[in-house]
Design a protein around this ligand. Structure first.
Ligand code: ATP
Ligand code: MG
Length: 559
């Protein structure tokens, strides 16, 4: 109840909604249209998920619309592979873009015309200073910039030179088109920023049609304006660029220019979100691709077994803020546990097996016992599990010489085998190193699970699987990929990787029912956590389960 209240509070009105409310009340806009504008140069991560859900959520809340637009104005980096991956991720998160995608590069002609408009208004000029000179002339935070000697060319000359730039008559770097704003502006972004550059490069969409390309700060506001976006939501680092955004849409002459609103990026502890770092982990072979379950790309979270609902819940709990901060990874784990708790069957799997032999149980008998799938959600029904003379239990559930308060199996002690019988340990065997190789017990037929036996109680309940009726599988356990305690980065700027981030267990046994599981299916393994069938490496012959999250939580919602 408490938890829901907190969620509700977070949901009702973040500061962006308050701004939108004002805009609707003042008549600045009579509808809401948002967009998500990824650059197709990598896979989306949890931070992008926040942006997607925020933008899409606003369009839903105000019964407006939402565009998915690829910001592909930069001809060097974009790749088709990323376009497809991004579409899949946006769809998976449930942000409906009506199967219609927009490409910034489709506006190159209109952007070019917008540049011409500025030149004709005397608001843009062709500059021939070198890149170094432009930097030098720009000035500093404390010193005004100097005007370019090319600043006062005639409109005719500017039109002619811009035409030369466009027609391939100018080498890369020799000329740029700059907005004519104010070299003394306190905001350096307003000191005659470059809006077009010459680049003789092939673009993935427009091929060799263009050899001039617009700069981001010029292109982005235009893309928004062309699509009739009302609220252009972006992250904090663009705050200082907002005056330029406004200048562009105003001076190009849009009647109802879009409004930029900034919010703080989502950062998570113990994980890597920057594209640059993720790419390096992929390129260096430290992870097995952009969807390695230790990453927090959306495809990795999906492969790990996270659900869109859990990510939505997480993003809502994080809220929208104007101040940068890091969110504890444990909060994301809390959300997936909450989401799966009632949805998933609770099965038995033994990850570190040791044999338990029931001495008084018939040799070849297989007894199919009833097991409820989820005690807290009867709708999930029940299943049958095979009980046999030889079982596997977790090695940690037996001790030869237990400390006080150890209620699991030890010589002479009786425990409940979950969904089955009480068993009492009568003997055990060890190898020459003292390692336990098998445990012997006797069972009491009267204690069968579901019967009304109440003559005595036991303090411990342990899980098990049949030794010859179970399926052998691989299980992967994960820890965070970076070690935040010691600092995310080493002194040389490289990532401080956690050497234990992946632990592969090859000798695990699961209920036979689980052999039928398909990629992305997920389950609770009783006492061990939530697990998901790996979509890349699992096969019916050899299933591979990834641990999504353990059962233990270090996160408190009301902290
Ligand atoms: P990164 O630097 O992590 O690779 P990016 O900003 O270069 O991200 P884009 O494709 O340009 O990636 O981003 C698309 C949208 O997602 C932008 O509107 C951007 O502001 C938003 N975004 C990116 N990272 C985050 C984040 N950590 N939290 C919230 N929104 C983000
Ligand atoms: Mg970017």
């Amino acid at each position: 109840m408490e938890e829901n209240k907190e969620l509700e509070e977070k949901k009702s009105g973040n500061f962006i909604e308050l701004e939108i409310d004002k805009d609707l009340a003042s008549g600045r806009f009579d509808h809401v249209k948002t967009r998500f504008p990824p650059e197709p140069n990598g896979y989306l991560h949890i931070g992008h998920a926040k942006s997607i859900l925020l933008n899409y959520g606003l369009s839903q809340k105000y019964q407006g619309s939402f565009n998915l637009r690829f910001d592909d104005t930069n001809p060097t980096k974009e790749k088709e592979e990323f376009v497809e991956a991004i579409r899949r991720d946006v769809e998976w998160l449930g942000a409906d873009y009506h199967n219609e995608i927009y490409f910034a590069s489709n506006y190159f002609q209109q952007m070019y015309e917008a540049a011409i408009t500025l030149i004709k208004k005397g608001k843009a000029y062709v500059c021939e200073l070198s890149a170094d000179e432009i930097r030098e002339y720009r000035g500093t935070l404390t010193e005004a910039g100097k005007e370019s000697p090319y600043r006062n060319r005639s409109i005719e000359e500017n039109l002619k030179l811009f035409d030369d730039m466009k027609n391939g008559k100018v080498e890369d770097g020799k000329m740029v088109l700059r907005a004519k704003i104010d070299m003394a502006a306190a905001n350096i972004n307003m000191r005659d920023p470059i809006i077009y550059r010459v680049a003789h490069m092939t673009h993935h969409n427009t091929g060799d049609k263009w050899c001039i390309y617009p700069m981001y700060d010029f292109a982005h506001p235009l893309e928004d304006a062309f699509e009739g976006i009302t609220h252009s939501i972006c992250t904090l680092e663009f705050e200082d660029h907002r005056p330029l955004y406004d200048w562009v849409v105003e001076n190009v002459g849009f009647e109802q220019p879009p409004r930029q609103i900034e919010f703080a990026k989502l950062y998570l502890t113990n994980v890597v979100t920057g594209k640059r770092y993720i790419k390096k982990l992929v390129d260096d072979g430290i992870v097995d691709g952009w969807d390695d379950p230790r990453l927090v790309t959306i495809s990795a979270l999906r492969r790990r077994g996270f659900t869109p609902e859990s990510i939505k819940m997480f993003v809502e709990l994080c809220g929208v803020s104007k101040a940068n901060s890091s969110v504890d990874y444990a909060m994301l784990e809390y959300c997936i546990r909450e989401d799966l708790k009632l949805k998933k069957a609770r099965m038995m799997a033994v990850l570190d097996p040791v044999k338990l032999i029931i001495d008084n149980y018939p040799e070849d008998q297989v007894e199919w016992l009833d097991a409820e799938n989820n005690r807290e959600n009867p709708e999930l029904g029940s299943r049958k599990i095979p009980f046999t003379k030889e079982l596997y239990i977790e090695r940690e559930d037996f001790m030869i010489d237990p400390p006080k308060k150890y209620f699991r199996l030890f010589p002479g002690n009786e425990v409940r085998l979950m969904n089955a019988y009480f068993v009492k340990c009568v003997d055990y065997k060890t190898d020459e190193t003292g390692k336990v190789t098998e445990i012997h017990a006797t069972y009491d037929p009267a204690t069968k699970s579901g019967s009304d036996f109440n003559e005595r109680k036991v303090k411990g309940t342990i899980h098990w699987v049949s030794a010859n009726q179970s399926k052998k599988v691989t299980v992967r356990l994960y820890e965070n990929i970076v070690d935040e305690e010691k600092g995310k980065l080493n002194e040389d700027g490289s990532l401080n990787l956690n050497p234990n981030s992946l632990c592969v267990l090859e000798n695990c046994y699961v209920e036979p029912e689980l052999a039928k599981a398909k990629p992305y299916d997920s389950f609770q393994f009783l006492r061990k956590g939530f697990f998901c069938v790996d979509a890349k490496d699992s096969s019916p012959e050899h299933p591979v389960f990834n641990r999504i999250v353990s059962m233990k939580s270090s996160f408190k919602l009301n902290k």
